[in-house]
Design a protein around this ligand. Structure first.
Ligand code: ATP
Ligand code: MG
Length: 338
């Protein structure tokens, strides 16, 4: 949701209201209970958190790090995004680098029986199986002093040998009552007026994704108060921001990711394919592409294909592939100029 950040100006509420203690994480009760006793135990396992977006996986990982490592937790926690910085080579280098710094800084604290560092590897399901296999070695080699917390959306994308080395926790979509209560708490703290119905409306649009719910709430609040009308237009805006993200990924050549996000928009959030095209058009216009003409032709072609009844998901995936080609061409053109 980075594109929303600019619109909102100040601090995003989804960050401001990120719980910092395990006991404050909403729902996910079994996971929180199990984790609380695990981290009190003498041998802390590696962990794997799987589940849908905005349900508390990253939040919980940060809470675990804080509770295991105490005040200095930031220093001893390495938070990597497997999908941003691809490849096992980088994980290996960063892990090694981190390990050598750790040797210098923690000799005096050896007396505690905790692992000395925690490596959070977010979006681990974006790593290739080869990279995951290589990672398995790194896990073994560093197990004396490091605990890994892997985070993913799809457990099935994590190779079995990694799964079997971890305590696996499956996060689930948050129930309506708990999301609505959390949104009310935020409204009260922020002194924002709200209609009860508008909060359920937010839930229907986000289906248990707390981050998305809070983002819609904040956008609506920015329009004066949280009413059925402001929520409806915020849902439109946030849908557009998500489409923008899909388009940006496709242009950057990240086809698989963009397609997965597209499917999520259509299947999970119920966005219609024609709305997708409409939002894509608006977003692209504001992105100031190098070749807006090519983009316009492409949109017209796919608009026509959808209107004539072609299979929408296949068509939109093809559109993303074409955008990847446009993106590549413009990167090549830039490289030539430079
Ligand atoms: N269980 C929860 N309790 C309270 N707040 C939550 C919870 N889950 C998500 N949030 C809110 O949503 C924001 C994002 O949550 P988080 O980063 O933990 O999601 P995630 O499960 O890691 O999602 P993604 O798969 O997109 O990375 C948090 O900053 C917090 O405001
Ligand atoms: Mg996360």
């Amino acid at each position: 949701m980075s594109s929303l950040k600019g619109d909102l100006g100040g601090l995003m509420w989804s960050e401001k209201y990120r719980p910092s203690r395990l006991q404050d994480v909403v729902d996910q009760k079994e996971i929180i209970t199990a984790l609380t006793s695990l981290i009190r135990g003498s041998d802390v396992p590696h962990m794997l958190f799987a589940g849908p977006a905005g349900t508390g996986k990253t939040t919980t990982a940060l809470c675990v790090a804080r509770e295991l490592l105490g005040d200095d937790w930031r220093r001893d926690t390495l938070d990597l995004n497997a999908s941003d910085e691809r490849g096992i080579k980088m994980v290996r280098e960063r892990v090694k680098e981190f390990a050598s710094v750790m040797k210098l800084t923690t000799d005096s604290s050896k007396q505690h029986d905790r692992p000395f560092r925690i490596i959070i590897l977010d979006e681990a399901d974006e790593m290739t199986p080869d990279a995951q296999t290589a990672l398995r070695r790194i896990i073994e080699d560093s197990s004396k002093t490091t605990r890994f917390i892997f985070i993913c959306n799809y457990l099935s994308q994590i190779i079995e040998p990694i799964q079997s080395r971890c305590a696996v926790f499956r996060f689930t979509r948050l129930p309506e009552e708990e999301v609505v209560d959390y949104l009310k708490m935020i409204c009260e703290k922020e002194k924002v007026r709200y209609e009860e119905r508008a909060l359920s409306q937010i839930y229907s649009a986000t289906m248990g994704d707390m981050r998305h719910s809070i983002n819609i709430l904040q956008t609506a609040a920015g329009m004066g108060s949280v009413s059925v009308a402001t929520v409806a237009s915020s849902i439109g805006l946030s849908g557009r921001a998500r489409v923008g993200e899909v388009i940006r990924m496709a242009l950057a050549g990240r086809f698989n990711e963009s397609r997965a996000k597209l499917m999520e928009l259509v299947q999970v959030y119920g966005m219609s394919e024609t709305d997708f095209l409409r939002y894509a058009n608006q977003e692209a216009y504001e992105m100031k592409l190098d070749r807006p003409d090519e983009f316009a032709e492409l949109m017209a072609e796919y608009d026509y294909r959808l209107a004539s009844g072609a299979h929408p998901e296949i068509q939109l995936a093809a559109l993303l592939a074409q955008l990847g080609r446009i993106g590549l061409k413009s990167r090549e053109a830039k490289a030539e100029k430079a």
